[in-house]
Design a protein around this ligand. Structure first.
Ligand code: PEP
Ligand code: MN
Length: 341
């Protein structure tokens, strides 16, 4: 249930509604916009309905939210799309964010070189994993703390904010020292305790769709983060399992318009992990940008053939500036310009 207050509602009237909602055991989530305040009532719908808040002082209207996710739903923001500003870079609205960097932090040279190239080509965030979710327990698992240190150095040298994955809530404090955006990998999309911790951290989250998750499951996962008071969740389509075996995953481009219909949250696309192959990354990126995605997260490496992780899908740094130019043109078709500082 969502209670939209009148533009003229006083602070006391808002408070009175909050107290009445809480008196029936429901939680409140207040979103104070420039013009109106909206109070989300999360709890037993029948109990809240019985309060008959329509007509209460200061209340404009009461809107039931029929979806199982509330805070993530389009209705919750009464149709207004969320735009986040992270370290001066906008995600959402008329901006297109390019998040680029290697799959994993391997060495100082590889990290700093990638960060410089992606910054010079117009990327707005640097990505790189220090903790890697690998299918095999025998594969390289990431540099851990040393990787975080190198990311901090890349941030210092280039000024680019950092997107990096947190796999385990026990690492969260350390990851938070460098991360401007916490990535939650596809395999952890339904790790509910982790989602709640990321929610409590208040740091923006980039939530990847699980390998076999529906859009509703993705939005329910986002709800776990939002419910803790963290409003900045970026949804990411990264390819899903289908019967097709000719490529690694099927990039579900329809998720872009449909997620935008269901939710006010920004939607970005990861062409690299969907494709698993470098030659598919550009066409998928162009399609995603033209379809209205709010950004892309893409893997780039100075020497992809030597990459420890995901080399076959990494763009080479020397082709990256051309790539960004083409993606920028596709984003312009959807009315978006690159996020800049
Ligand atoms: C990654 O971004 O490097 C990654 C492992 O992605 P995903 O969780 O989508 O597989
Ligand atoms: Mn990767």
């Amino acid at each position: 249930m969502m209670i939209v207050m009148k533009p003229t509602a006083t602070a006391q009237e808002v408070q009175a509604v909050i107290e009445r909602v809480q008196s029936v055991g429901a939680r409140t989530h207040v979103s104070a916009g420039e013009e109106v305040t909206v109070i989300g009532a999360i709890g037993d719908r029948e109990h809240v309905a019985r309060l008959e808040l329509e007509g209460a002082p200061g209340v404009e209207r009461v809107v039931p939210i029929s979806k199982p996710y509330k805070l993530a739903s389009t209705q919750f923001k009464h149709g207004v799309r969320s735009v986040f500003e992270i370290a001066g870079r906008k995600i959402g609205g008329e901006r297109f964010a390019v998040i680029a960097g290697p799959c994993t932090v391997e060495s100082r040279e590889q990290t700093l070189e990638s960060a410089r190239v992606v910054r010079d080509a117009g990327a707005s965030f640097f990505r790189g994993g220090a903790y890697k979710p690998r299918t095999s327990p025998y594969a390289f698992q990431g540099l851990g703390q040393e990787g975080l240190r190198l990311l901090a150095e890349a941030k210092e040298q280039t000024g680019l904010p950092i997107v990096t994955e947190v796999m385990d809530a026990r690492d969260l404090d350390q990851v938070l020292e460098v991360a401007d955006v916490l990535q939650i990998g596809a395999r952890n999309m339904q790790n509910y305790p982790l989602l709640a911790e990321v929610g409590r951290s208040g740091t923006p989250a980039l939530l990847k769709r699980g390998l076999s998750s529906t859009l509703e499951e993705l939005l329910m996962a986002a709800e776990y983060i939002l419910k803790e008071g963290n409003e900045a969740v970026i949804l990411c389509e990264r390819g899903i399992r289908t019967f097709e075996t000719a490529y690694r995953f099927t990039l579900d481009l329809m998720a872009i318009p449909v997620l935008k219909e269901l939710s006010h949250l920004p939607v970005i696309v990861d062409p690299s992990h969907a494709a698993g192959r470098r030659d598919l990354v550009t066409p998928l990126s162009l399609a995603a940008a033209a379809a209205g995605a709010d950004g892309i997260i893409v893997e780039v490496h100075p020497r992809p053939e030597e990459a420890i992780c995901d080399g076959p899908q990494a763009l080479a740094t020397d082709e990256f500036a051309d790539y960004v130019e083409r993606v920028q043109a596709a984003a312009a078709l959807a009315g978006k310009a690159l996020s800049a500082v």
